[in-house]
Design a protein around this ligand. Structure first.
Ligand code: ZN
Ligand code: FE
Length: 263
């Protein structure tokens, strides 16, 4: 029985550092900043047992050295990226086993935002639900910018995440949901679930409640970057951008470029 708690600790302007705890030991995912993690651990009386990193950007790794101090806890991260604090380099297909809190994580290669970006999938034991920590690859209603990878790489990475079980809880690393929904509505204006999600997410943000985690099933229904072959999305893209959209890769590429300049 999975009795772990998954907490988004806000950091910087819009980052979330996810903590997973069994009530005593905790794992931190992408701690870009040490202070908010320290404060939360102290408040709950949790002990930091391990750190998981998805990619090398400073807003995801910047707090690691200060958090570990002189305590030699394992720091997992992508083997394909130069992150000096990583003690356990990982690549897709690897499995991470942490004893406390008890976690079995499958590593997925999800390049695109960065060249070596990885995600951690926790299949969970029945009757628990699966979880994924996807860093800056998949966001609620959006996806990461392509800083180092190519559109085909990112599309394949998003396909791999979209293929996870629908009930999978998706732990993204930023609160970008409302601005992502504004863009999504431009790509997918007739999507009733998306319009409803806009109103729900706006109400949550007005109360300063995180819009995360999301789920894979929900993202399949509302995230335009997972719907680049949907006829309504293809039609909207063609009309908005005055482009012909010959295939799914073109649709995804045009959408990602449009998002980069969308205000
Ligand atoms: Zn990043
Ligand atoms: Fe980030």
């Amino acid at each position: 029985m999975n009795t772990l708690e998954y907490v988004p600790v806000p950091a910087f302007a819009d980052n979330y550092i996810w903590l997973v705890s069994d009530g005593r030991d905790a794992v931190a995912v992408d701690p870009g900043e040490a202070a908010p993690v320290r404060a939360y651990l102290a408040k709950r009386g949790w002990r930091l047992a391990a750190i998981l990193l998805t990619h090398h950007h400073a807003d995801h790794v910047g707090g690691v050295a200060e958090l570990i101090g002189d305590t030699p806890i394992p720091v997992y991260g992508p083997a394909a990226e130069a992150i000096p604090v990583v003690t356990h380099p990982l690549a897709g297909g690897d499995r991470v086993t942490i004893s406390a809190p008890h976690l079995e994580l499958d590593v997925l290669d999800v390049p695109g935002h960065t060249r070596g970006h990885i995600a951690y999938f926790e299949a969970g034991e029945a009757p628990g639900v699966p979880h994924v920590f996807c860093g800056d690859t998949l966001f609620a209603c959006g996806c990461g910018r392509l800083f180092e990878g190519t559109p085909p790489q990112m599309l394949a990475s998003l396909d791999a995440l979209a293929a996870l079980p629908g009930e999978t809880q998706v732990h993204c690393a930023h609160e970008y949901t409302l601005s992502n929904i504004r863009f999504a509505l431009a790509c997918d204006p007739e999507n009733a679930r998306l319009r409803q999600w806009h109103d729900e997410a706006a109400a949550m943000r007005a109360r300063d409640v995180p819009t995360l985690p999301t789920t894979i099933a929900h993202e399949r229904a509302v995230n335009p970057f997972l719907r680049s072959d949907d006829p309504a999305v293809v039609k909207a893209l063609g009309e908005q951008l005055h482009e012909t959209v010959p295939d799914r890769l073109a649709s995804f590429t045009l959408m990602r470029e449009w998002k980069n300049r969308f205000r």
